[in-house]
Design a protein around this ligand. Structure first.
Ligand code: IPE
Ligand code: IPE
Ligand code: MG
Length: 252
């Protein structure tokens, strides 16, 4: 299957039209477990294998920025047991996968309200971020305790303070200024947003940053997601014409 998909990808296209920034809403762990008669935790555990697939697959074909929605601000409202399981899985995965990140020259980044994470998870995360900070092949951003509205509130508060302290004049507020205050300040706009599990919604993810992203929805539940599914999404992306408001004729 992998070979077949790889053969389908024109090498020239691979070199020239790989989305620079791919973001994924990794959804469906719970339903995957339920279908198999397992506890939800088993779905989350298997979800970490799909994370590895997506990360290695993206690095393999030259995606420069991969951003994964791992835990939303709304996910704090899940039962405590499930939240604890997810936080433990985060710590274990970071410990287990540090070698994969180093081997593939991947820099880890995190976006979201990291102060809300349990100390152990935050400490582990910051350690891996520090250890991988000089890696250059790809930036992997984990969205943790991330909510786009929370991010926009934080941004507006920071900008308002600058205006109040006469550091910034309101008429100078533009897209670049706003970008500079977002958690994603070091990332380009999203080119391709993928959501698994058949849900077709954004769930408070990167609202500002996906303004002109291509959206791709697949029925596959996250634990079943393989790198070939990522390549399929990218092939679909490559067939689209991104006009950014212009006419087709202007582009050609
Ligand atoms: C995605 O899977 C993982 C997180 C949101 C943390 P879900 O846990 O949302 O799985 P479903 O949507 O209930 O199937
Ligand atoms: C979105 O999935 C958050 C993550 C994938 C981390 P959810 O399962 O929490 O979203 P809803 O509740 O279906 O919108
Ligand atoms: Mg879900």
């Amino acid at each position: 299957m992998l070979l077949r998909i790889l053969k389908m990808i024109d090498k020239q296209e691979l070199n020239t039209n790989i989305p620079a920034h791919v973001a994924i809403i990794m959804d469906g762990n719970g339903r995957w477990a339920k279908q198999k008669g397992f506890f939800r935790a088993v779905g989350h555990e298997n979800g970490t294998k799909a994370v590895k697939e997506a990360v290695e697959g993206a690095a393999e074909i030259g995606v420069k920025f991969l951003t994964l929605y791992a835990f939303s601000t709304e996910n704090w409202n899940r039962p405590k047991l499930e939240v604890d399981t997810l936080m433990k899985l985060l710590v274990n995965s970071l410990r287990k996968e540090i070698d994969t990140l180093q081997k593939n020259n991947i820099k880890l980044n995190a976006i979201g309200n990291l102060d809300a994470l349990p100390n152990k998870a935050r400490k582990e995360l910051l350690e891996v971020i520090e250890k991988t900070k000089d890696n250059t092949h790809m930036t992997l951003s984990l969205a943790l305790s991330y909510g786009s509205r929370e991010e926009l509130i934080k941004t507006i508060q920071e900008i308002s303070n600058k205006v109040k302290n006469n550091v910034l004049s309101p008429h100078l507020i533009n897209e670049a200024v706003i970008n500079k205050h977002l958690y994603t300040k070091n990332l380009p706009d999203v080119d391709l947003l993928i959501r698994t599990s058949g849900e077709q919604r954004i769930s408070n993810f990167l609202l500002w940053q996906i303004a002109y992203a291509e959206l791709y929805f697949t029925e596959i539940l996250w634990p079943d997601f393989k790198r070939t599914n990522l390549f399929e999404a990218i092939l679909d992306y490559q067939k689209r014409e991104r006009r950014f408001g212009k006419t087709s004729e202007q582009l050609s």
